[in-house]
Design a protein around this ligand. Structure first.
Ligand code: EPU
Length: 345
């Protein structure tokens, strides 16, 4: 098909349904399991192909077949690479499971990642969309990462500033690294401060700790409470396929938020340092009549309207159609634009 030489470990015509948490059907023309940097260097010559790096597929929508090369990130390993008076420094391979990393650091007695327990996905994907939950973002515990610059074959090191983190955003998304696999994240290093402070202000988390009558929670107890909240509100992708929040919480001008609050006093609003206000997309979707409502084989989850779920047998096109319908209704009712959070291919 391409006339190019692909290494032997590249497979052909690989089914995708079991490779993403939304379980949409499709196939990839080429698929490579990447366990080390050397294998990445071997696929550099595939640049004529469309390429994409896939972790555990928990933030991804395949709208159909993928005619190109999928690089399945499986670089493993996790270790304490250093320690000083202020912090522990932990490095992990991009293919490591995120939640397993969180659990392992807590078992070792290095707190700091507990609020991010049970987030699906891999370590390498975490900085791309700056994963966050319950008052913490990965940027808050990030030291640096290594990425392979595919054209030159050189390993780059990016620190926190170079990553330009923002709400569910980073330089990788801003420059489209995640879309053409021009630079591929291989390892990430975290900085876990020894002066640990529990972060328990997030409403759902505070309520859960209250329920458990935990007044001075340990990091392990916070992780357990986060897990309990997530299990109660968010569908388990192995039971009800989904990709987590399907839209970003929209950031709007302060004046726009004020106007909306005037007509909808219970709309949850989170003022940002730059004067903008973050709105709760789940609330907007619920109040547009979509909570628990289906369109074809997909729907918006009954316990959390921000999560789009596959009720069974859905096609990529149905996901796109539902997303558009929800966007149109939220726009018509509130004048607010919702943007999808997962990558849509
Ligand atoms: N809400 C509703 N109806 C709903 C859902 C939410 O009214 O159906 C209201 C809630 O009552 C609350 C507000 O919206 O007042 C916020 O809801 P919630 O605390 O459940 O969080 P979220 O803003 O919907 C975000 C993240 C989640 C993360 C949680 C907890 C985004 C896009 N989503 O959701 O992240 O777990 O906060 O920190 O920022 C993900 O990114 O995939 C994800 C699950």
């Amino acid at each position: 098909m391409t006339g190019m030489q692909l290494p032997e470990f590249v497979q052909r015509d690989v089914e995708l349904a079991s490779r993403t948490t939304l379980a949409l059907p499709g196939k990839a023309t080429f698929w490579a399991e990447i366990s080390n940097v050397d294998q990445l260097r071997q696929v550099v010559g595939s640049s004529a192909l469309r390429r994409f790096v896939l972790g555990s597929g928990s933030n991804l929508v395949f709208s159909g077949d993928f005619d190109g090369l999928l690089l399945h990130m499986a670089i493993g390993g996790r270790e304490l690479i250093g320690e000083d008076d202020d912090a522990w420094y932990v490095r992990a391979g991009a293919g490591e499971n995120w939640h397993q990393l969180v659990s392992w650091t807590l078992e070792q007695g290095w707190p700091g990642l507990e609020n991010l327990a049970l987030i699906p996905g891999t370590v390498g994907a975490a900085p791309i969309q700056n994963i966050g939950a319950y008052g913490l973002e990965v940027a808050d515990r990030f030291l640096s990462l290594e990425a392979l610059d595919m054209p030159s074959g050189r390993l780059l090191r990016l620190d926190r500033t170079a990553c330009r983190f923002a709400y569910r955003d980073s330089v990788f998304k801003q420059q489209g690294w995640h879309l053409d696999a021009c630079r591929v994240i291989t390892r990430v290093t975290f900085r876990l401060p020894k002066a640990w402070q529990p972060l328990t202000a997030y409403t759902d988390l505070a309520a859960e700790l209250d329920r458990q009558q935990t007044t001075h929670p340990t990091a392990q107890e916070i992780a357990a409470a986060v897990i309990a909240v997530r299990r109660r509100k968010l569908p388990d992708p192995t039971v009800v396929p989904n990709a987590g929040s399907f839209f970003h919480n929209p950031l709007v001008d302060g004046v726009v938020a004020e106007r909306l609050r005037w007509t909808h006093p219970d709309l949850p609003c989170y003022p940002q340092p730059d004067g903008r206000v973050k709105l709760a997309a789940g609330w907007l979707i619920e109040h547009s009549g979509w909570k628990g409502r289906d369109l074809g084989c997909v729907g918006m989850y009954e316990k959390q309207a921000l999560v789009l779920v596959n009720r069974g047998g859905a096609q990529g096109a149905e996901v796109i159609a539902l997303a558009r319908a929800v966007q149109a209704d939220v726009r018509a009712r509130f004048g607010v634009e919702l943007t999808p959070e997962p990558v849509i291919l």
